[in-house]
Design a protein around this ligand. Structure first.
Ligand SMILES: [Zn+2]
Length: 550
Protein backbone atom coordinates (compact mmCIF):
# COMPACT_ATOMS: atom_id res chain seq x y z
CA UNK A 1 0.00 0.00 0.00
CA UNK A 2 1.23 3.50 -0.78
CA UNK A 3 2.97 5.33 2.06
CA UNK A 4 0.56 8.22 1.41
CA UNK A 5 -2.42 6.02 2.23
CA UNK A 6 -0.65 4.82 5.38
CA UNK A 7 -0.18 8.45 6.43
CA UNK A 8 -3.95 8.99 6.44
CA UNK A 9 -4.79 5.56 7.88
CA UNK A 10 -2.43 6.30 10.77
CA UNK A 11 -4.14 9.63 11.38
CA UNK A 12 -7.56 7.93 11.37
CA UNK A 13 -6.58 5.13 13.77
CA UNK A 14 -5.35 7.70 16.31
CA UNK A 15 -8.72 9.45 16.09
CA UNK A 16 -10.84 6.33 16.79
CA UNK A 17 -11.17 7.14 20.54
CA UNK A 18 -12.16 10.75 19.73
CA UNK A 19 -14.87 9.59 17.35
CA UNK A 20 -16.31 7.02 19.80
CA UNK A 21 -16.10 9.38 22.80
CA UNK A 22 -17.90 12.10 20.86
CA UNK A 23 -20.85 9.70 20.69
CA UNK A 24 -20.68 8.10 24.16
CA UNK A 25 -19.89 11.13 26.33
CA UNK A 26 -22.47 13.63 27.55
CA UNK A 27 -21.17 16.43 25.29
CA UNK A 28 -23.07 19.09 23.38
CA UNK A 29 -22.91 18.78 19.57
CA UNK A 30 -20.30 21.52 19.42
CA UNK A 31 -18.33 19.91 22.30
CA UNK A 32 -18.40 16.58 20.45
CA UNK A 33 -17.26 18.28 17.23
CA UNK A 34 -14.39 20.00 19.08
CA UNK A 35 -13.35 16.62 20.51
CA UNK A 36 -12.74 15.43 16.94
CA UNK A 37 -11.72 18.54 14.98
CA UNK A 38 -9.12 20.06 17.31
CA UNK A 39 -7.19 16.83 18.10
CA UNK A 40 -7.45 15.86 14.41
CA UNK A 41 -5.85 19.17 13.44
CA UNK A 42 -3.00 18.84 15.95
CA UNK A 43 -2.21 15.19 15.20
CA UNK A 44 -2.45 15.89 11.45
CA UNK A 45 0.00 18.77 11.90
CA UNK A 46 2.40 16.65 13.99
CA UNK A 47 2.57 13.80 11.53
CA UNK A 48 3.15 16.17 8.61
CA UNK A 49 6.21 17.72 10.28
CA UNK A 50 8.73 15.09 9.21
CA UNK A 51 9.25 13.08 6.01
CA UNK A 52 10.32 10.07 8.15
CA UNK A 53 6.85 8.53 8.62
CA UNK A 54 8.22 5.36 10.26
CA UNK A 55 9.98 7.37 12.95
CA UNK A 56 6.89 9.57 13.42
CA UNK A 57 4.73 6.49 14.01
CA UNK A 58 7.05 5.28 16.76
CA UNK A 59 7.48 8.74 18.31
CA UNK A 60 3.70 8.80 18.69
CA UNK A 61 3.64 5.45 20.46
CA UNK A 62 2.29 6.99 23.72
CA UNK A 63 -0.77 8.17 21.78
CA UNK A 64 -1.17 4.73 20.17
CA UNK A 65 -0.94 3.09 23.59
CA UNK A 66 -3.54 5.46 25.10
CA UNK A 67 -5.87 4.97 22.14
CA UNK A 68 -5.65 1.20 22.50
CA UNK A 69 -6.22 1.36 26.29
CA UNK A 70 -9.13 3.76 25.78
CA UNK A 71 -10.82 1.55 23.17
CA UNK A 72 -10.55 -1.50 25.46
CA UNK A 73 -12.17 0.44 28.32
CA UNK A 74 -14.90 1.81 26.09
CA UNK A 75 -15.84 -1.70 25.11
CA UNK A 76 -15.80 -2.79 28.77
CA UNK A 77 -17.90 0.07 30.19
CA UNK A 78 -19.62 1.39 27.08
CA UNK A 79 -18.46 4.96 27.83
CA UNK A 80 -16.08 7.28 29.69
CA UNK A 81 -12.45 8.25 29.39
CA UNK A 82 -9.69 6.44 31.28
CA UNK A 83 -10.34 7.47 34.88
CA UNK A 84 -7.87 8.39 37.61
CA UNK A 85 -9.31 5.50 39.62
CA UNK A 86 -8.44 3.07 36.82
CA UNK A 87 -4.76 3.98 37.05
CA UNK A 88 -4.94 3.83 40.85
CA UNK A 89 -6.80 0.52 40.80
CA UNK A 90 -3.78 -0.98 39.09
CA UNK A 91 -1.75 -0.33 42.25
CA UNK A 92 -4.45 -0.87 44.90
CA UNK A 93 -6.33 -3.90 43.59
CA UNK A 94 -4.94 -7.34 44.18
CA UNK A 95 -3.64 -9.26 41.22
CA UNK A 96 -6.40 -11.88 41.13
CA UNK A 97 -8.96 -9.15 40.46
CA UNK A 98 -6.90 -7.57 37.70
CA UNK A 99 -6.60 -11.00 36.07
CA UNK A 100 -10.39 -11.43 36.27
CA UNK A 101 -10.84 -8.11 34.52
CA UNK A 102 -8.28 -8.86 31.82
CA UNK A 103 -10.17 -12.07 31.02
CA UNK A 104 -13.29 -10.02 30.21
CA UNK A 105 -11.29 -7.66 28.01
CA UNK A 106 -9.73 -10.30 25.81
CA UNK A 107 -11.92 -9.94 22.64
CA UNK A 108 -11.39 -6.17 22.49
CA UNK A 109 -7.69 -6.50 23.15
CA UNK A 110 -7.60 -8.72 20.04
CA UNK A 111 -9.35 -6.02 17.95
CA UNK A 112 -6.96 -3.35 19.19
CA UNK A 113 -3.98 -5.53 18.29
CA UNK A 114 -5.37 -5.97 14.77
CA UNK A 115 -5.72 -2.18 14.37
CA UNK A 116 -2.43 -0.95 15.80
CA UNK A 117 0.16 -3.68 15.47
CA UNK A 118 0.26 -3.59 11.61
CA UNK A 119 0.85 0.20 11.78
CA UNK A 120 3.74 -0.27 14.19
CA UNK A 121 5.21 -3.02 12.01
CA UNK A 122 4.98 -0.75 8.96
CA UNK A 123 6.72 1.92 11.01
CA UNK A 124 9.67 -0.43 11.55
CA UNK A 125 9.76 -1.33 7.82
CA UNK A 126 9.74 2.36 6.83
CA UNK A 127 12.58 3.13 9.25
CA UNK A 128 14.68 0.21 7.94
CA UNK A 129 14.06 1.03 4.27
CA UNK A 130 14.48 4.78 4.95
CA UNK A 131 11.14 5.50 3.25
CA UNK A 132 10.32 9.20 3.19
CA UNK A 133 7.31 11.36 2.36
CA UNK A 134 7.83 14.17 -0.18
CA UNK A 135 8.27 17.74 1.05
CA UNK A 136 5.51 18.87 -1.31
CA UNK A 137 3.06 16.35 0.20
CA UNK A 138 4.02 17.42 3.74
CA UNK A 139 3.73 21.16 3.19
CA UNK A 140 0.34 20.83 1.45
CA UNK A 141 -1.02 18.72 4.28
CA UNK A 142 0.48 20.95 6.93
CA UNK A 143 -1.44 23.86 5.46
CA UNK A 144 -4.67 21.83 5.59
CA UNK A 145 -3.91 20.95 9.22
CA UNK A 146 -3.56 24.66 10.13
CA UNK A 147 -7.01 25.23 8.69
CA UNK A 148 -8.45 22.35 10.74
CA UNK A 149 -6.76 23.62 13.91
CA UNK A 150 -8.25 27.09 13.28
CA UNK A 151 -11.74 25.61 12.90
CA UNK A 152 -11.10 23.56 16.09
CA UNK A 153 -10.14 26.69 18.04
CA UNK A 154 -13.35 28.36 16.95
CA UNK A 155 -15.50 25.35 18.01
CA UNK A 156 -13.54 25.22 21.30
CA UNK A 157 -14.45 28.86 21.95
CA UNK A 158 -18.09 28.15 21.18
CA UNK A 159 -17.99 25.07 23.48
CA UNK A 160 -16.77 27.19 26.40
CA UNK A 161 -19.20 30.00 25.62
CA UNK A 162 -22.23 27.75 25.25
CA UNK A 163 -21.73 25.37 28.20
CA UNK A 164 -20.74 26.48 31.73
CA UNK A 165 -19.51 22.96 32.57
CA UNK A 166 -17.30 22.46 29.49
CA UNK A 167 -13.63 21.95 30.31
CA UNK A 168 -10.68 20.78 28.21
CA UNK A 169 -9.40 18.85 31.24
CA UNK A 170 -12.59 16.80 31.25
CA UNK A 171 -14.01 16.91 27.75
CA UNK A 172 -11.14 16.92 25.23
CA UNK A 173 -9.39 13.61 24.48
CA UNK A 174 -6.45 12.99 24.98
CA UNK A 175 -5.87 16.11 27.15
CA UNK A 176 -8.32 14.70 29.72
CA UNK A 177 -6.49 11.37 29.92
CA UNK A 178 -3.11 13.09 30.34
CA UNK A 179 -4.67 15.18 33.11
CA UNK A 180 -5.93 11.99 34.78
CA UNK A 181 -2.46 10.46 34.59
CA UNK A 182 -1.12 13.57 36.33
CA UNK A 183 -3.82 13.26 39.02
CA UNK A 184 -3.01 9.59 39.55
CA UNK A 185 0.67 10.43 40.16
CA UNK A 186 -0.29 13.36 42.38
CA UNK A 187 -2.61 11.22 44.53
CA UNK A 188 -0.05 8.43 44.78
CA UNK A 189 2.54 10.92 46.05
CA UNK A 190 0.10 12.44 48.55
CA UNK A 191 -0.89 8.97 49.79
CA UNK A 192 2.78 8.12 50.28
CA UNK A 193 3.08 11.28 52.43
CA UNK A 194 -0.02 10.44 54.47
CA UNK A 195 1.81 9.62 57.73
CA UNK A 196 3.31 13.09 57.71
CA UNK A 197 0.30 15.05 56.43
CA UNK A 198 -2.01 13.48 59.05
CA UNK A 199 0.44 13.54 61.97
CA UNK A 200 -1.05 16.66 63.58
CA UNK A 201 -4.63 15.47 63.35
CA UNK A 202 -6.54 15.24 66.64
CA UNK A 203 -10.17 14.77 67.60
CA UNK A 204 -9.80 15.93 71.24
CA UNK A 205 -12.54 13.38 71.78
CA UNK A 206 -14.36 12.95 75.07
CA UNK A 207 -17.33 10.81 76.00
CA UNK A 208 -20.55 12.08 77.51
CA UNK A 209 -21.47 8.58 78.71
CA UNK A 210 -21.02 7.89 82.41
CA UNK A 211 -18.21 5.71 83.72
CA UNK A 212 -18.86 2.23 85.02
CA UNK A 213 -21.22 1.19 82.25
CA UNK A 214 -19.70 -1.48 79.98
CA UNK A 215 -20.03 -0.41 76.36
CA UNK A 216 -19.34 -2.33 73.14
CA UNK A 217 -19.80 -0.86 69.70
CA UNK A 218 -19.41 -2.95 66.58
CA UNK A 219 -19.11 -1.44 63.11
CA UNK A 220 -19.47 -3.87 60.22
CA UNK A 221 -18.33 -2.63 56.81
CA UNK A 222 -19.87 -4.83 54.14
CA UNK A 223 -18.68 -5.38 50.59
CA UNK A 224 -20.74 -5.14 47.37
CA UNK A 225 -24.08 -5.70 49.16
CA UNK A 226 -26.83 -3.87 47.30
CA UNK A 227 -30.05 -2.83 49.01
CA UNK A 228 -32.21 -4.17 46.17
CA UNK A 229 -31.51 -7.76 47.26
CA UNK A 230 -32.29 -7.38 50.98
CA UNK A 231 -35.57 -8.89 52.14
CA UNK A 232 -35.83 -6.47 55.09
CA UNK A 233 -35.55 -3.59 52.61
CA UNK A 234 -38.36 -4.86 50.41
CA UNK A 235 -36.82 -7.56 48.19
CA UNK A 236 -39.26 -10.33 47.33
CA UNK A 237 -37.00 -13.27 48.25
CA UNK A 238 -36.15 -14.48 51.78
CA UNK A 239 -32.52 -13.30 51.83
CA UNK A 240 -32.70 -12.20 55.49
CA UNK A 241 -33.95 -15.34 57.25
CA UNK A 242 -32.45 -14.26 60.59
CA UNK A 243 -32.69 -10.46 60.66
CA UNK A 244 -36.28 -10.51 59.41
CA UNK A 245 -37.26 -12.35 62.63
CA UNK A 246 -35.89 -9.61 64.87
CA UNK A 247 -37.97 -6.64 65.99
CA UNK A 248 -35.00 -4.61 67.25
CA UNK A 249 -33.44 -3.87 63.84
CA UNK A 250 -33.57 -0.46 62.19
CA UNK A 251 -33.08 -0.82 58.45
CA UNK A 252 -32.63 2.16 56.12
CA UNK A 253 -34.12 1.49 52.71
CA UNK A 254 -33.13 4.84 51.18
CA UNK A 255 -29.39 4.78 51.81
CA UNK A 256 -26.85 5.73 49.17
CA UNK A 257 -23.08 5.53 49.14
CA UNK A 258 -21.20 8.48 47.67
CA UNK A 259 -18.78 6.18 45.82
CA UNK A 260 -19.00 2.89 43.93
CA UNK A 261 -15.40 1.93 44.71
CA UNK A 262 -14.04 0.23 47.85
CA UNK A 263 -10.93 2.38 48.14
CA UNK A 264 -12.92 5.63 48.34
CA UNK A 265 -16.10 4.45 50.03
CA UNK A 266 -14.58 2.66 53.05
CA UNK A 267 -12.38 5.63 54.08
CA UNK A 268 -15.47 7.88 53.90
CA UNK A 269 -17.39 5.45 56.15
CA UNK A 270 -14.58 5.32 58.69
CA UNK A 271 -13.82 9.05 58.89
CA UNK A 272 -15.61 12.42 58.89
CA UNK A 273 -14.69 12.75 55.20
CA UNK A 274 -17.44 12.56 52.57
CA UNK A 275 -17.88 13.67 48.96
CA UNK A 276 -17.86 17.36 49.90
CA UNK A 277 -14.56 17.44 51.81
CA UNK A 278 -12.83 14.34 50.40
CA UNK A 279 -10.41 16.25 48.20
CA UNK A 280 -9.38 18.76 50.86
CA UNK A 281 -9.32 16.50 53.93
CA UNK A 282 -8.59 12.85 53.12
CA UNK A 283 -4.80 13.28 53.37
CA UNK A 284 -5.11 15.02 56.76
CA UNK A 285 -7.66 13.04 58.76
CA UNK A 286 -7.41 10.02 60.99
CA UNK A 287 -10.30 7.62 61.29
CA UNK A 288 -12.99 7.27 63.92
CA UNK A 289 -10.78 4.60 65.51
CA UNK A 290 -8.57 7.42 66.80
CA UNK A 291 -11.60 9.31 68.15
CA UNK A 292 -12.69 6.20 70.08
CA UNK A 293 -9.16 5.73 71.41
CA UNK A 294 -8.94 9.35 72.57
CA UNK A 295 -12.28 8.87 74.34
CA UNK A 296 -10.89 5.93 76.31
CA UNK A 297 -12.01 2.98 74.18
CA UNK A 298 -10.04 -0.15 73.41
CA UNK A 299 -10.11 -0.62 69.64
CA UNK A 300 -9.84 -3.60 67.30
CA UNK A 301 -10.01 -3.88 63.50
CA UNK A 302 -10.41 -7.22 61.76
CA UNK A 303 -10.48 -7.45 58.00
CA UNK A 304 -11.33 -10.27 55.64
CA UNK A 305 -9.88 -8.27 52.74
CA UNK A 306 -6.37 -7.99 51.40
CA UNK A 307 -4.15 -5.01 52.16
CA UNK A 308 -5.01 -2.12 49.83
CA UNK A 309 -1.86 -0.08 50.55
CA UNK A 310 -3.93 3.02 51.14
CA UNK A 311 -6.35 4.66 53.59
CA UNK A 312 -8.17 1.47 54.63
CA UNK A 313 -4.87 0.03 55.86
CA UNK A 314 -3.78 3.32 57.48
CA UNK A 315 -7.08 3.57 59.36
CA UNK A 316 -7.01 -0.10 60.40
CA UNK A 317 -3.51 0.36 61.80
CA UNK A 318 -4.76 3.06 64.19
CA UNK A 319 -6.39 0.28 66.25
CA UNK A 320 -4.90 -1.36 69.34
CA UNK A 321 -5.41 -4.73 67.63
CA UNK A 322 -5.36 -5.07 63.83
CA UNK A 323 -5.61 -8.33 61.90
CA UNK A 324 -6.11 -8.81 58.15
CA UNK A 325 -7.01 -12.47 58.38
CA UNK A 326 -6.23 -13.20 54.71
CA UNK A 327 -2.75 -11.74 55.04
CA UNK A 328 -1.73 -14.12 57.80
CA UNK A 329 0.61 -16.79 56.58
CA UNK A 330 0.33 -20.41 57.55
CA UNK A 331 -3.44 -20.33 57.97
CA UNK A 332 -5.54 -22.91 56.19
CA UNK A 333 -8.04 -21.33 53.84
CA UNK A 334 -11.46 -22.89 54.19
CA UNK A 335 -12.91 -21.79 50.86
CA UNK A 336 -11.17 -20.88 47.61
CA UNK A 337 -7.59 -19.69 47.61
CA UNK A 338 -8.71 -16.07 47.57
CA UNK A 339 -11.49 -16.61 50.02
CA UNK A 340 -12.10 -17.07 53.65
CA UNK A 341 -15.69 -16.96 54.72
CA UNK A 342 -16.58 -13.80 56.66
CA UNK A 343 -17.66 -16.04 59.55
CA UNK A 344 -13.94 -16.58 60.16
CA UNK A 345 -13.94 -13.07 61.59
CA UNK A 346 -16.12 -14.27 64.48
CA UNK A 347 -13.38 -16.01 66.51
CA UNK A 348 -11.49 -12.68 66.47
CA UNK A 349 -14.58 -10.87 67.69
CA UNK A 350 -14.95 -13.48 70.46
CA UNK A 351 -11.32 -13.07 71.44
CA UNK A 352 -11.88 -9.32 71.97
CA UNK A 353 -15.19 -9.80 73.80
CA UNK A 354 -13.51 -12.23 76.21
CA UNK A 355 -11.11 -9.48 77.26
CA UNK A 356 -14.11 -7.68 78.80
CA UNK A 357 -12.78 -4.15 78.27
CA UNK A 358 -15.03 -1.51 79.83
CA UNK A 359 -15.26 0.42 76.61
CA UNK A 360 -14.66 -1.43 73.35
CA UNK A 361 -14.86 -0.56 69.65
CA UNK A 362 -14.60 -3.34 67.08
CA UNK A 363 -14.57 -2.81 63.31
CA UNK A 364 -15.15 -5.78 60.98
CA UNK A 365 -14.36 -5.31 57.29
CA UNK A 366 -15.97 -8.18 55.41
CA UNK A 367 -15.64 -9.53 51.88
CA UNK A 368 -19.44 -9.87 51.75
CA UNK A 369 -20.76 -10.24 48.22
CA UNK A 370 -17.68 -9.51 46.15
CA UNK A 371 -17.44 -11.53 42.92
CA UNK A 372 -16.85 -14.52 42.68
CA UNK A 373 -20.17 -14.94 44.51
CA UNK A 374 -19.99 -18.71 44.89
CA UNK A 375 -16.81 -18.32 46.94
CA UNK A 376 -18.46 -15.97 49.42
CA UNK A 377 -20.89 -18.28 51.26
CA UNK A 378 -21.03 -21.70 52.83
CA UNK A 379 -23.32 -24.60 51.95
CA UNK A 380 -25.77 -23.75 54.73
CA UNK A 381 -26.41 -20.36 53.05
CA UNK A 382 -27.14 -21.87 49.63
CA UNK A 383 -30.89 -21.29 49.79
CA UNK A 384 -31.26 -20.27 46.17
CA UNK A 385 -30.54 -22.75 43.39
CA UNK A 386 -29.27 -23.35 40.78
CA UNK A 387 -26.18 -21.21 41.26
CA UNK A 388 -23.72 -23.14 39.11
CA UNK A 389 -22.84 -20.44 36.54
CA UNK A 390 -19.67 -21.30 34.69
CA UNK A 391 -18.92 -17.77 33.57
CA UNK A 392 -20.32 -14.32 34.18
CA UNK A 393 -22.51 -13.62 31.14
CA UNK A 394 -25.97 -12.21 30.62
CA UNK A 395 -27.33 -15.66 29.83
CA UNK A 396 -26.22 -16.84 33.29
CA UNK A 397 -28.05 -13.97 34.99
CA UNK A 398 -30.55 -16.12 36.94
CA UNK A 399 -27.82 -18.31 38.37
CA UNK A 400 -25.67 -15.28 39.19
CA UNK A 401 -28.60 -13.73 41.07
CA UNK A 402 -29.14 -16.97 43.00
CA UNK A 403 -25.48 -17.06 43.99
CA UNK A 404 -25.53 -13.37 44.85
CA UNK A 405 -28.65 -13.81 47.00
CA UNK A 406 -26.86 -16.64 48.83
CA UNK A 407 -24.08 -14.16 49.71
CA UNK A 408 -26.73 -11.90 51.27
CA UNK A 409 -28.00 -14.87 53.30
CA UNK A 410 -24.41 -15.35 54.52
CA UNK A 411 -24.15 -11.67 55.46
CA UNK A 412 -27.53 -11.90 57.21
CA UNK A 413 -26.17 -14.81 59.25
CA UNK A 414 -22.98 -12.91 60.11
CA UNK A 415 -24.86 -9.81 61.33
CA UNK A 416 -27.36 -11.95 63.28
CA UNK A 417 -24.51 -13.91 64.90
CA UNK A 418 -22.85 -10.64 65.94
CA UNK A 419 -26.09 -9.30 67.41
CA UNK A 420 -26.67 -12.50 69.38
CA UNK A 421 -23.16 -12.35 70.80
CA UNK A 422 -23.54 -8.77 72.06
CA UNK A 423 -27.12 -9.37 73.14
CA UNK A 424 -26.10 -12.29 75.33
CA UNK A 425 -23.67 -10.21 77.41
CA UNK A 426 -25.57 -9.21 80.54
CA UNK A 427 -26.25 -5.49 81.05
CA UNK A 428 -23.88 -4.26 78.34
CA UNK A 429 -24.74 -1.09 76.51
CA UNK A 430 -24.10 -2.09 72.91
CA UNK A 431 -24.79 -1.07 69.35
CA UNK A 432 -24.04 -2.30 65.84
CA UNK A 433 -23.91 -0.35 62.59
CA UNK A 434 -23.76 -2.18 59.28
CA UNK A 435 -23.52 -0.80 55.78
CA UNK A 436 -21.90 -1.86 52.54
CA UNK A 437 -19.24 0.15 50.74
CA UNK A 438 -21.24 0.07 47.48
CA UNK A 439 -23.57 -2.16 45.50
CA UNK A 440 -23.28 -4.10 42.26
CA UNK A 441 -24.70 -4.48 38.74
CA UNK A 442 -25.73 -8.01 37.82
CA UNK A 443 -26.91 -7.68 34.19
CA UNK A 444 -30.03 -5.92 35.51
CA UNK A 445 -32.91 -4.92 33.22
CA UNK A 446 -31.24 -6.85 30.43
CA UNK A 447 -28.24 -4.49 30.25
CA UNK A 448 -24.71 -5.79 29.86
CA UNK A 449 -23.62 -4.09 33.09
CA UNK A 450 -21.82 -6.25 35.61
CA UNK A 451 -19.77 -5.65 38.80
CA UNK A 452 -19.14 -2.12 40.17
CA UNK A 453 -16.66 0.78 40.00
CA UNK A 454 -17.73 1.83 36.50
CA UNK A 455 -16.85 5.47 35.74
CA UNK A 456 -20.50 6.47 36.14
CA UNK A 457 -22.57 4.61 38.74
CA UNK A 458 -25.93 2.94 38.36
CA UNK A 459 -28.51 2.98 41.14
CA UNK A 460 -27.64 -0.67 41.88
CA UNK A 461 -24.01 0.35 42.50
CA UNK A 462 -24.75 3.02 45.12
CA UNK A 463 -28.03 1.94 46.77
CA UNK A 464 -26.89 0.08 49.89
CA UNK A 465 -28.37 -1.19 53.17
CA UNK A 466 -27.88 0.71 56.42
CA UNK A 467 -28.66 -1.44 59.46
CA UNK A 468 -28.65 -0.35 63.10
CA UNK A 469 -29.09 -2.50 66.18
CA UNK A 470 -29.13 -1.17 69.77
CA UNK A 471 -29.11 -3.37 72.87
CA UNK A 472 -31.93 -3.23 75.41
CA UNK A 473 -29.68 -1.56 78.01
CA UNK A 474 -28.56 0.99 75.45
CA UNK A 475 -32.15 1.81 74.55
CA UNK A 476 -33.15 2.22 78.21
CA UNK A 477 -30.08 4.38 78.99
CA UNK A 478 -30.47 6.59 75.90
CA UNK A 479 -34.16 6.51 74.95
CA UNK A 480 -33.84 9.75 72.97
CA UNK A 481 -31.33 8.07 70.63
CA UNK A 482 -33.58 5.06 70.06
CA UNK A 483 -36.40 7.47 69.36
CA UNK A 484 -34.27 9.42 66.89
CA UNK A 485 -33.14 6.36 64.94
CA UNK A 486 -36.73 5.14 64.63
CA UNK A 487 -37.65 8.47 63.08
CA UNK A 488 -34.50 9.01 60.96
CA UNK A 489 -33.97 5.55 59.50
CA UNK A 490 -36.82 6.03 57.03
CA UNK A 491 -35.27 9.25 55.72
CA UNK A 492 -32.85 9.70 52.83
CA UNK A 493 -29.38 8.68 54.09
CA UNK A 494 -25.89 9.19 52.72
CA UNK A 495 -23.89 6.34 54.25
CA UNK A 496 -20.60 8.13 53.44
CA UNK A 497 -21.75 11.20 55.34
CA UNK A 498 -23.65 9.56 58.22
CA UNK A 499 -21.80 6.39 59.18
CA UNK A 500 -18.95 8.05 61.13
CA UNK A 501 -21.03 10.75 62.91
CA UNK A 502 -23.62 8.09 63.85
CA UNK A 503 -20.93 5.79 65.26
CA UNK A 504 -19.43 8.62 67.36
CA UNK A 505 -22.87 9.74 68.53
CA UNK A 506 -23.78 6.15 69.46
CA UNK A 507 -20.75 6.07 71.79
CA UNK A 508 -21.54 9.54 73.18
CA UNK A 509 -18.28 10.87 71.74
CA UNK A 510 -17.90 14.61 71.27
CA UNK A 511 -14.98 16.03 69.32
CA UNK A 512 -13.41 19.48 69.34
CA UNK A 513 -10.04 19.17 67.62
CA UNK A 514 -9.32 19.96 64.00
CA UNK A 515 -11.89 17.31 63.08
CA UNK A 516 -15.02 18.58 61.42
CA UNK A 517 -17.74 16.10 62.33
CA UNK A 518 -21.14 16.91 60.89
CA UNK A 519 -23.39 16.25 63.91
CA UNK A 520 -26.52 16.90 61.81
CA UNK A 521 -25.55 13.75 59.89
CA UNK A 522 -25.97 11.44 62.91
CA UNK A 523 -28.99 9.17 62.58
CA UNK A 524 -29.14 9.00 66.39
CA UNK A 525 -29.61 12.74 66.66
CA UNK A 526 -33.01 14.46 66.81
CA UNK A 527 -31.33 17.17 64.71
CA UNK A 528 -30.59 14.78 61.78
CA UNK A 529 -30.99 16.58 58.47
CA UNK A 530 -30.93 14.62 55.21
CA UNK A 531 -29.23 16.08 52.16
CA UNK A 532 -29.65 15.38 48.48
CA UNK A 533 -27.58 12.31 47.39
CA UNK A 534 -24.10 13.23 46.19
CA UNK A 535 -21.44 11.32 44.35
CA UNK A 536 -17.66 11.63 44.59
CA UNK A 537 -16.47 12.01 41.01
CA UNK A 538 -13.27 10.64 39.52
CA UNK A 539 -11.75 14.12 39.97
CA UNK A 540 -12.76 13.94 43.68
CA UNK A 541 -15.47 16.56 43.28
CA UNK A 542 -18.92 16.27 44.86
CA UNK A 543 -21.56 16.09 42.13
CA UNK A 544 -25.29 15.53 42.48
CA UNK A 545 -25.96 11.82 42.15
CA UNK A 546 -28.93 12.48 39.91
CA UNK A 547 -26.67 14.30 37.43
CA UNK A 548 -24.25 11.41 36.99
CA UNK A 549 -26.26 8.25 37.61
CA UNK A 550 -26.96 6.02 34.60
ZN1 LIG B 1 -16.05 -2.68 47.55
Amino acid sequence: MSKYYIFFIFLLTLLIPNIILSITEPLSIIGAATNIILPAGFIYCLISLSPKLGRTIWLMFPLIFLAAFQIVLLSLYGRSIIAVDMFLNLVTTNTAEVAELLGNMFPTIAIVVVIYVPILVLGVIYIRRKIKLSQHFLSTNRRVSYLIISIGIVTLGISYASSPTYSVKRDLYPVNVFYNIYLAFDRTAKTADYAESSAEFKYNATTTHTDGQREIYLLIIGETARAANWQILGYGRPTNPRLSLRDDIYAGAQSFSESNTTHKSVPMLLSPVNAINFNSDIYKVKSLVTAFKEAGFKTAFFSNQRYNRSFIDFFAEESDTTVFIKEQSGLKLSLDINGKSDTELLPYLDMILQKEADKQLIVLHTYGSHFNYNDRYESEDAKFTPYDYDKATKSMCDKLINAYDNTIVATDRLIADCIERLDSIEGVSAGILYTSDHGEDIFDNNTGRFLHASPRPTRYQVHVPFIVWLSESYTSLYPEKAHAIRKNIIELISTSRSFCPTALDMAGIKVSGNAKVDTAASLLSPAYTPREPLYLSDHNEAVLLKDIIL
